[in-house]
Design a protein around this ligand. Structure first.
Ligand code: HEM
Length: 482
């Protein structure tokens, strides 16, 4: 036993020695961005996770930027990785997707999303499908078709609110129902709710080790993925039969069935499944965090209420918001921008270098991972004054970002620019409208923000809501003024 242990220790020391010598000589040859690769094998992963599990993960990046500059090398999640906190380099990375860089996702994501999902597509197919997805979330479609559904479905969920709610859960219901409606014209009901429950399990699997033997979460996620795919396959089969009989529907599934690519059921299911995931966590988290930040900034909340009370005062209680109403919410857009900036749901994107890449005097070796950190730029005092506080007024007169270009990129950029960016902004604005005009609220517990594995509040933001009678409040305000 002692001999075996000694042998294993020797092997470990030899490979660690090789690792360090190889690293040093290669970095001299290639002029890698400066940095530390941490321990053999684990690198600096544990430091990164520990930082992002707190309310203030900034020191992980701040310390390295102070020591090495805005582009540095580290070793996380099993691989050496170049971190960029420089907007110009981030722009270069995003603009060269598919040329010098390729999207890079962990194995768990590709197994759970399916190989035909948009995030995993490449080349000309990706280009076509990205623009098809964009065309289902652009302003014309939202104005002419989706806005009325968004308004109705936000109210539908809010109608059931009494006393104490978990805001994050409610926001998730709203975004899921909206996306199902947009993709395949289903209204919320038992079917959508049971589909959503399986979805939650699939998403949990993204952040687990993708080995069924070791991870029960991953096993559960794979099973849930199968159930979701079966449910969606049934919908696709039924819709295909109706399509062949001449029935047309103006939704994403209709466009996929009508397209020239003759997609199989499996391809369509993967595509829909991934779209449901992409908008679900992101938009619902932004809704929750906007409410949290506003609650902690009473002046901003008061100004937002005034803006929305003004819009509602010109309408009856049940009247839906129009596109012109959405376009007359300037302060709301400041709140949306500032929430996206401070919360950074997608803190950045991973890519893999397809060739040796020379940038800013350094070489990123072929095959290495790079991480374009949006978060680091959004929270950099050089680009945003007093960058780490929530200040929606900084966006007034479009003056939020101190420098042009790729400084504010919550939705990414280049060929993988988020196709749901406009939709997310409208959903959030409509949600805030009904939230502030119909309710007042107080948080029932202190709830902390954490950033790993996803940005979220630890307790799903429990609040106690009370209905506002806005119409009698407006009447008495007008009486007081006269
Ligand atoms: C606040 C909400 C949202 C944020 C912050 C957000 C952010 C992002 C970011 C940063 C990317 C780029 C990823 C990369 O370059 O690898 C992305 C991609 C994507 N987003 Fe969003 N997103 C949001 C909402 C939505 C919604 C509502 C949908 C659709 C209904 C959506 C669908 C997608 C899809 C399909 C992609 C992949 C695009 C591709 O790979 O070509 N997102 N999103």
């Amino acid at each position: 036993m002692a001999i075996l242990f000694g042998y294993l220790l020797l092997c470990f020391l030899v490979s660690a020695g090789f690792f360090i010598v190889f690293r040093a000589s290669r970095s001299r040859r290639l002029r890698l961005p400066p940095g530390g690769l941490g321990l053999p094998f684990v690198g600096e992963t544990l430091q990164l996770i520990a930082a992002y599990k707190t309310e203030n993960p900034e020191p992980f990046i701040d310390e390295r930027v102070n020591r090495y500059g805005p582009i540095f090398t580290t070793h996380v999640f099993g691989e050496p990785t170049v971190f960029s906190t420089d907007p110009e380099t981030n722009r270069f990375i995003l603009q060269n997707e598919g040329k010098l860089f390729e999207g890079s996702y962990p194995g768990s994501i590709s197994n759970l999303l399916g190989k035909h999902s948009l995030v995993l597509m490449k080349g000309s197919l990706h280009k076509r499908m990205h623009s098809l997805t964009m065309s289902f979330g652009n302003s014309t479609i939202i104005r002419d078709h989706l806005l009325v559904d968004i308004d109705r479905l936000v109210r539908f969920t809010m109608d059931s609110w009494t006393d104490r709610i978990l805001l994050m859960e409610e926001a998730k219901k709203i975004t899921f129902d909206l996306t199902v409606k947009q993709l395949m014209s289903y209204d919320p009901g038992e079917w959508t709710e049971s589909l959503r429950k399986e979805y939650v399990l699939v998403i949990e699997g993204f952040f687990s080790i993708p080995l069924p033997i070791f991870s029960p979460t991953y096993r559960r996620a794979i099973k849930a993925r199968t159930k979701v795919a079966e449910a969606l396959s049934l919908v696709v089969r039924q819709r295909r039969a109706k399509y062949e009989a001449g029935e047309r529907k103006n939704d994403m599934l209709g466009a996929l069935l009508a397209g020239e690519d003759n997609f199989s059921d499996e391809q369509i299911v993967d595509f829909l499944l991934a779209l449901l995931v992409a908008g679900y966590e992101t938009t619902s988290t932004i809704m929750t965090l906007a409410v949290k930040f506003l609650t902690e900034t009473p002046l901003a909340l008061a100004q937002l209420k005034e803006e929305h009370d003004g819009i509602r005062a010109k309408k009856s209680e049940a009247e839906a918001l129009q596109w012109s109403d959405y376009k007359s919410m300037p302060f709301t857009q400041c709140v949306v921008n500032e929430t996206l900036r401070v919360a950074n749901i997608i803190s950045g994107v991973f890519r893999r270098a397809s060739t040796d890449i020379h940038i800013k005097g350094y070489t990123i070796p072929k095959g290495w991972k790079v991480f374009a950190s949006f978060r680091a730029v959004h929270l950099d005092h050089e680009h945003f004054k007093d960058a780490r506080s929530f200040n929606p007024w900084r966006w007034q007169n479009n003056s939020g970002a101190g420098s042009p270009g790729y400084v504010f990129t919550p939705f990414g950029g280049g060929t993988r620019l988020c196709p749901g960016y406009e939709l997310a902004r409208v959903m959030l604005s409509v949600f805030l409208h009904h939230m502030v005009t119909r309710f007042s609220w107080v948080p029932t517990e202190e709830d902390k923000l954490v950033f790993f594995p996803t940005t979220r509040t630890q307790k799903r933001y429990p609040i106690k809501v009370q209905r506002r009678d806005i119409f009698s409040q407006i009447k008495s305000k007008t009486r007081d003024q006269s």
